[in-house]
Write a protein that binds this ligand. Sequence first.
Ligand SMILES: Cc1cc2nc3c(=O)[nH]c(=O)nc-3n(C[C@H](O)[C@H](O)[C@H](O)COP(=O)(O)O)c2cc1C
Length: 351
Amino acid sequence: MKQKELKIGDLTLRRPIFQGGMGVGVSLGGLAGAVAAAGGAGAISAAQIGFREPDFDTRTLEANLRAMDKELNKARRIAKGGVVGFNIMVAMQHYADYVRQAVKGGADFIVSGAGLPVDLPGYAAGSDVKLAPIVSTEKSAAVILKYWAKKWNRVPDFLVIEGPKAGGHLGFTGEQLSFFDAVTYREEVKRIIAKVQEYEEKFSGKIPVVLGGGISSREKADEAFALGVDAIQVASRFVTTEECDADERYKQAYIKARKEDVMLVKSPVGMPGRAIRNSLAERVMGGEKFPPKRCRGCIKGCKPAEIPYCITEALIQAVKGDAENGLLFCGADAWKAERMETVQEVIDDLV
Ligand SMILES: Cc1cc2nc3c(=O)[nH]c(=O)nc-3n(C[C@H](O)[C@H](O)[C@H](O)COP(=O)(O)O)c2cc1C
């Protein structure tokens, strides 16, 4: 299927592909810039983005805000005028500060999931940054569309649907994950698109829909477009690229993984997540506890004294290359990676 360019207001994607935000540190300015230069939309993950700053442990918020600017500037230098934005999780403490920093830095878009971004339009008020919630079910789409319409008198600039085969934290309960298979989820996507169309009519404007989760081949991309979405969101395929910001050992763990090495893990805050099987993932799922050495206040509602392990610690260890003791988030199809590629090759293969 030949795909057209996608316009979102004044932004033009030559290729209808969003790179999914990957925290901590997997999608920074290097990857996001390369995706943007190749005609897609590059997303920098704001999650604990300052982990390489010298004052990260003592002044975490300041370090993160500073690193957001640095990574956006880096992405802009690489992007050749392409589209670059941020993925900012609603569940992060200081969410509003991160959104304001993204706006101040001149990001093209902000995508927000891991919770519903009910107040995002308020935090980004007065700017023309494009705003997109991530939803996984018709119910969550209905709630956020209704809320934005009522409270902010607007609709999202685009909407991202993240399916059950995505990586990182998943927007599903364990029960929903076992309920949704390829067929039932396709029906859910159609219901979400129908819900979006209601609001397109009410607000007389197009709301592009982006679908992600397990889109790892041209065939799967074509299936997504056939459902009626306007773009795809892809993350795992970009991990095994030269431009990805993670350590080489992280990328090799994807290449080495077999199908049975992709597993569900429980995140400290209760949400299920998907990751590559390694020592940490198995020990955590076996009930072992790793009391956090320190707390850098990442996720709202986390109780450091009660959690089995610290998500910030585990993700930073992974991105720095400790493939056994770090948490290697991945999508359901990550095991299919066989070799390193370039961002351009991945995009040419998919769209
Ligand atoms: C390593 C990794 C880290 C991720 N981190 C985040 C994140 O910080 N925030 C978020 O909203 N989604 C995160 N995701 C989800 C992706 O943005 C994306 O929507 C999803 O993985 C797409 O499915 P795919 O990996 O099969 O292409 C992550 C995914 C991966 C693989």
